[in-house]
Design a protein around this ligand. Structure first.
Ligand SMILES: NC(=O)c1ccc[n+]([C@@H]2O[C@H](COP(=O)([O-])OP(=O)(O)OC[C@H]3O[C@@H](n4cnc5c(N)ncnc54)[C@H](O)[C@@H]3O)[C@@H](O)[C@H]2O)c1
Ligand SMILES: [Zn+2]
Length: 364
């Protein structure tokens, strides 16, 4: 294992856990697991894309640590993030005689970590959860913070539970097999973190984004640790999303609507990238943000190889999809808007016209 390693702790009332970021850590999962939990069994959830690539290394490490494991693999893709797709997973895990102390290990992207979290929250009324995220997005966002769940036909992530992991093991090396489009998608959440919290981090990202795209492991390890720390601090301040955790939804009010309207043809991070541009332009039209900041935001998104505009955009469809978003409060849409890079505010008093204009600005 490389000598570069970070431990970021997430301190919540009644529970503290550590997110370890270290190249090569995947092969140490078994040994590390035995140091935090007394178990001789584990239940691994992965998907059919990640499983063949990375489950053998994980399973070998469990085996070496004397941990027997049952593995279930779901089909990849947002349309399989459903309760129906989880039923055979419950069947397999229960058939293997899981116990209350048997951890569920989520090995995969955000879909897998969200679903593994939901299984861990519900099976036997709750078992320990270990997250081993394999996309940049799930490393810096989905695997930390305890939000778990699946989609429903009515909308994304509408069925779920809060269930914090006992540990998160992040091996940046697994990003070598990640399709470049998915890497870029994860960079969208990194950009989001800097815009909501860290102007210096934003400047560093502007300078180094090429290193991330080139899979420079030292830089990726630093970037992931920095982003996990931002996410951890936000989650600590508001574990159940009653207040400032909503800041993490910057770009997501527009982004979720775009995902729905494009029927998931665009990746989550791509929709968030477009959503951050729309939200920044909305902030500018409300007199909150200056044009230079908007231009920096658009430029860094472009540098990351993410979309900054779309051809087949149906503005009205996106506007109406926004009303089904969970972030609607008493009939009013809630926006997370930057008033400078590194700082956002929650606004629920925005009228429809500038919102429509912001969506329309994404059309190429
Ligand atoms: N719980 C949260 O707080 C939270 C936060 C953000 C996003 N999410 C959720 O995360 C999901 C998106 O996650 P995602 O972007 O990671 O997508 P994903 O889980 O669909 O993974 C993307 C694709 O990459 C493949 N893949 C994953 N890791 C790989 C690797 N190392 N090598 C090769 N292929 C690999 C997967 O098989 C999949 O096909 C959404 O459902 C979103 O709602 C949750
Ligand atoms: Zn997101």
């Amino acid at each position: 294992m490389s000598t570069v390693a970070y431990n970021v702790s997430v301190n919540l009332p009644g529970q503290t856990y550590v997110v370890t970021i270290a190249p090569g850590i995947l092969r140490e999962t078994g040994r590390r697991l035995t140091s935090i939990a007394k178990t001789t069994k584990a239940a691994v959830l992965t998907d059919k894309g990640v499983g063949p690539l990375h489950a053998p290394a994980l399973r070998a490490s469990l085996d070496a640590a004397g941990i027997a494991c049952v593995q279930a693999s779901i089909d990849s893709g947002e349309t399989h993030k459903s309760l129906a797709d989880l039923l055979p997973v419950y069947d397999a895990f229960l058939a293997a005689r899981m116990e209350r102390s048997t951890p569920v290990i989520g090995l995969g992207g955000g879909i897998v970590t969200d679903m593994a979290g939901f299984v861990a929250a519900t099976i036997l009324r709750g078992v320990p959860l270990i997250q081993v995220p394999t996309t940049l997005l799930s490393m810096v966002d989905a695997s930390v913070g305890g939000k778990t769940g699946v989609n429903h036909a009515v909308g994304k992530n509408l069925i779920g539970a809060f269930h914090q992991p006992s540990a998160v093991f992040i091996d940046p090396q697994v990003l070598r097999t990640l399709p470049p489009r998915e890497l870029r998608s994860g960079l969208a959440e990194c950009i989001k973190h800097e815009i909501i919290r860290d102007v210096d981090g934003f400047a560093a990202l502007e300078k180094n984004i090429g290193r991330a795209l080139a899979l420079d492991m030292d830089y990726l390890t630093d970037l992931i640790a920095h982003n996990v720390a931002i996410k951890a601090r936000v989650v600590e301040a508001d574990p159940f999303e009653r207040g400032e955790r909503a800041h993490l939804n910057f770009g997501h009010t527009f982004g979720h609507a775009l995902e729905t309207v494009f029927e998931y043809r665009y990746a989550h991070g791509e929709c968030v990238a477009l959503g951050m541009i729309a939200a920044s332009r909305l902030a500018k039209s409300l007199g909150m943000l200056d044009d230079a900041a908007v231009q920096r935001i658009v430029a860094v998104i472009e540098q990351a190889g993410l979309p900054t505009r779309v051809v087949d955009l149906n503005t009205n469809a996106v506007a109406s999809a926004m009303h089904f978003d969970k972030k609607v409060r008493s009939g009013k849409l809630r926006f997370i808007l930057p008033d400078r890079i590194g700082h956002v505010v929650i606004r629920d008093d925005v009228s429809e016209a500038p919102v429509i204009q912001a969506i329309e600005s994404l059309r190429s």
